[in-house]
Design a protein around this ligand. Structure first.
Ligand code: PEP
Ligand code: CO
Length: 485
């Protein structure tokens, strides 16, 4: 792991448990050498101002020539998304920033190459569509739907190595870098994986586009999304009742001669953390319409809690691309930092350009968030405020599983709403880690999962995700909070 010299250890680990040994280990390794970001000079010569800056969390690729070849190849591949689509999302997020819409952003913590099967993608999409239907109908607000999908293959890690039974190997950094299996071969970073990330993203996006525009996401399918689920879970049954109401409303409108095209397709956007700057740079292209740079690996990209150093390469990279941007803000974020992100990333003060994804932890959000929101609002900047109730609420169960309590997740969202309510600002949305599969990774929820159940279907390659039932529970509860504001 490389960290910029200016980053404090507490900022790097804000919101998650760090043992004294781990903290000492990280402290003793700072500052480390900085891995330069490879230039992709052919595409936009001279524009890669982020190249020279320290880039945290970049893998130590063993063969720099092999990396260069891969990057050159990636730079020749077609874009995964169009600049115009990114503009459209920016405009939708503008509505979120103005208080006219709600953002639902969700998906895996880490996508995996063996998770690009049709069933898994459909289940994730189905869960997001169901949550979107609940929020739109029960909270009566337009919902902007963004997946953590088709590019979320790279993970920042708190330690560069992992030790098991006395053997120390490089930590797993996501399928884009190395393998999960604990062997030297698998854990060695392999740049060929960057190409697999591109292809996995492309096939995922292709299927998502087919699902969302090819009839599957037609609002008249609200029941069909729930069919496999309705009998088995309380949240499925609650959803079924809501779907019946939506059906009635649709029938009423059809009888009145209203059948808008908006009901037949769904606008759905992709997003991921812009972590591996070699990959993101290779996918950064000049828009032929405007001459501006866009990272065409996804519609929206965000900068994570561990790579948001103001003097680092990630923020510089983000400042140069025109995509809608997210920045994760942990409990260590100062108001001055938040204001500087606005200066750097949203100098034109364009609503929709910048989304602050707040991940404070349920026990801190009520203390830490008000000052940030107040100071930002005082500048007149219209950023979108989104709550990530996952990353500040992770703990290790006695069984060794990394988990989260559904009640903590819910409590952080509640705190987030309370703060905005108190200040008269808009709680703009939620950012959650979820899967459409019936996993047992987070405890609690209406169809309760207990600590002793965690081993049953614990499948995540990184952080614990809400399963489908917990995700729907959350959507219903958030809709109530939104309505009750
Ligand atoms: C993540 O979103 O998976 C993540 C690592 O979040 P954060 O940067 O907020 O810790
Ligand atoms: Co995560």
């Amino acid at each position: 792991m490389t960290v910029s010299a200016g980053t404090s250890v507490s900022a790097l680990f804000a919101g998650r448990h760090v043992s004294p040994t781990e903290r000492a280990e990280i402290q003793s390794t700072r500052p480390r050498t900085v891995v330069p970001v490879t230039v992709n000079a052919d595409i936009h010569a001279g524009a890669n101002t982020w190249h020279a800056l320290p880039a945290a969390q970049q893998p130590e690729w063993p063969d720099s020539e092999a990396l260069r070849d891969v990057i050159a190849e990636l730079a020749s591949y077609p874009p995964l998304v169009f600049a115009g689509e990114c503009d459209q999302l920016r405009s939708r997020l503008g509505a979120v920033a103005r208080g006219e819409a709600f953002l639902l952003q969700g998906g895996d913590c880490a996508e995996a190459f063996d998770g690009v099967g049709a069933d898994q993608i459909r289940n994730k999409l189905k869960t997001l569509l169901q949550m979107g239907a609940v929020l739109t109908y029960a909270a009566s607000v337009p919902v902007v739907k963004v997946g953590r999908i088709a590019g979320q293959y790279s993970k920042p890690r708190s330690k560069p190595t992992e030790t098991r039974d006395g053997v120390t190997l490089p930590v797993y950094r996501g399928d884009s870098v190395n393998g999960f299996e604990f062997t030297p071969e698998s854990r060695t970073p392999d740049p060929e994986r960057l190409k697999r990330m591109y292809h996995a993203s492309a096939s995922t996006l292709n299927l998502v586009r087919a699902f969302t525009t090819g009839g599957y996401a037609d609002l008249r399918q609200v029941h069909a999304w729930n069919q496999d689920f309705v009998k088995s879970s309380p949240s499925g049954q609650r959803y079924e009742a809501l779907a019946r109401e939506i059906d009635n409303a649709l029938s009423f409108m059809a009888a009145c001669g209203i059948d808008p095209a908006e009901f037949r397709t769904v606008e759905f956007f992709s997003s991921h953390e812009a972590l591996l700057l070699d990959y993101e740079t290779a996918l950064t292209r000049t828009d032929s319409r405007t001459g501006r740079l866009y990272d065409v690996s996804g519609h929206m990209v965000w900068i994570g809690e561990r790579t948001r150093q103001l003097d680092g390469a990630h923020i510089e990279f983000a400042s140069k691309i025109s995509n809608p941007l997210g920045v994760k803000l942990g409990p260590g974020t100062t108001p001055a930092e938040a204001l500087t992100y606005i200066e750097r990333l949203d100098p034109d003060r364009e609503p929709g350009r910048l989304t602050f994804i707040v991940r404070m932890g349920a026990d801190k959000v009520r203390d830490k968030l008000p000052e940030l929101v107040e100071k930002v609002s005082a500048t007149g900047a219209q950023v979108a405020w989104i709550c990530d109730p996952m990353h500040g609420n992770t703990f290790e169960a006695a069984s060794g599983h990394k988990t989260r309590r559904f009640d903590d997740v819910l409590d952080e969202v509640k705190g987030f709403f309370e703060v905005h309510h108190g200040l008269g600002t808009h709680p703009g949305g939620i950012h959650v880690e979820l899967t459409g599969d019936d996993v047992t990774e987070c405890v609690g929820g209406g169809d309760e999962i207990f600590v002793d159940d965690l081993h049953q279907r614990y499948e995540t390659a990184c952080d614990p995700r809400l399963n489908r039932s917990q995700s729907l529970d959350l959507a219903f509860l958030v809709a109530e909070m939104y309505r009750g504001q």
